[in-house]
Design a protein around this ligand. Structure first.
Ligand code: ACO
Length: 333
């Protein structure tokens, strides 16, 4: 069974409620139908009931079993306004501003408050909204998990080379959120990704903190940042198998690892690659996907108190269904 099929099977075992705010995009409605038919999750769609039903009828989409909720007339709107004002009081958010955010056409704040308040277990958006729009609304409503300051993301990279990582599967982070993480943020990214390695692949992480330098081969402040992150990460989770700074070949190839980082428990067999910044991470995942023909599942957002995931605006219906299944699995804990 492929990894994606395994994730779908896991989602089905304990169906969670996932809210889809972007009802005006027909791909979301097609995806909602498929998710319901396959029993992957329960779906709440945000939008005007008549408008949503009209799109569904015109496109031949069956939304039976899907709950359609209109934020402007929702019974919990007033309670969400109160909560959002309280959450953003240090920023001086007024009731009028909160109500405007919660009834905005993109429905992102309303969906976030549903997740925060437990009226949905997770959210999937980003078919029309930008990554920035989706994440900012999630930061302000759902917030970060206890003890975590940095929300980040990872990709499950399913490569065609079984000798890499875990039977060809690697976790790459952060490839989508933090443009310039400092050492503390980089350490949090490593710890969060290691935990997700365990929950998605069911194996302990072997985390490589990547750099253009291996074990002092170059001397530069950028390599120093990676070393500092390594020490912080070890402090957060002393049991984690983690090493750095390592070049990508030393992380992945046993012969190169033995030569450049002798005695390392990670070099040559890393299954989690932590990139020093977003330029490196984003470029790397796209190159591995396009040039090496790997399947890139993600970005999967980590570090939020409850799951919210961001789609690429070019996503297909199948991508949305997969991200809903991933979100449901994250919600299962
Ligand atoms: N974790 C937690 N909170 C954060 C994070 C984070 N990583 N980043 C920002 N915040 C919070 C800030 O603390 C601040 O909170 P406050 O309002 O309570 O004070 C708020 O968010 C705004 O902070 P800014 O620094 O102004 O962040 P901004 O809103 O400019 O942007 C964002 C945040 C959207 C994540 C930005 O860093 C970004 O655009 N990242 C790149 C996204 C992207 O384009 N990725 C590549 C494409 S995706 C792909 O290829 C698959």
């Amino acid at each position: 069974m492929s990894l994606v099929d395994q994730i779908r099977a896991k989602a089905k075992m304990n169906p969670k409620t996932v809210v889809l705010p972007e009802s005006y995009d027909e791909r979301m409605l097609f995806a909602a139908q498929q998710v319901m038919e396959q029993g992957l999750a329960k779906i709440v769609i945000l939008g005007n009931k008549t408008e949503v039903q009209n799109i569904a009828t015109a496109k031949g989409i069956n939304l039976s079993g899907v709950e359609i909720l209109e934020p402007a007339t929702a019974p919990k709107l007033a309670a969400y306004v109160d909560s959002l004002v309280e959450l953003r009081k240090s920023k001086g958010l007024t009731r009028e501003e909160a109500e405007k955010l919660l009834t905005a056409k993109d429905n992102l704040y309303f969906a976030g408050m549903m997740v925060r308040e437990g009226d949905a277990d997770g959210e999937v958006a980003g078919a029309t909204g930008t990554t920035g729009d989706v994440l900012r609304a999630a930061f302000q409503t759902v917030g970060t998990a206890p003890g975590i300051k940095t929300v980040s993301s990872f990709f499950l990279m399913i490569t065609k080379t079984p000798s890499f990582g875990e039977n060809g599967i690697l976790l790459f982070a952060d490839c989508a959120v933090n443009p310039n993480p400092d050492a503390q943020a980089l350490a949090e990214i490593a710890v969060a990704t290691a935990r997700n390695c365990k929950s998605f692949l069911d194996v302990p992480a072997r985390v490589a903190m990547l750099s253009f330098s291996t074990k002092g081969s170059a001397s530069h402040p950028d390599a120093d940042k990676v070393l500092k992150a390594l020490e912080i990460a070890k402090g957060i989770d002393p049991m984690m198998q983690i090493d750095g700074e390592l070049q990508a070949d030393a992380a992945l190839l046993p012969k190169v690892g033995e030569k450049k980082a002798p005695g390392s428990t990670v070099a040559g067999k890393a299954n989690v690659l932590i990139f020093p910044d977003l330029d490196a991470g984003n470029i790397a995942y796209k190159l591995v996907e396009r040039v090496a023909g790997a399947e890139a599942v993600g970005p999967i957002i980590q570090g939020l108190a409850k799951p919210v995931n961001d789609l690429s605006r070019g996503c297909s219906v199948e991508d949305i269904v997969n991200v809903v299944a991933i979100t449901a699995v994250q919600a299962q804990g």
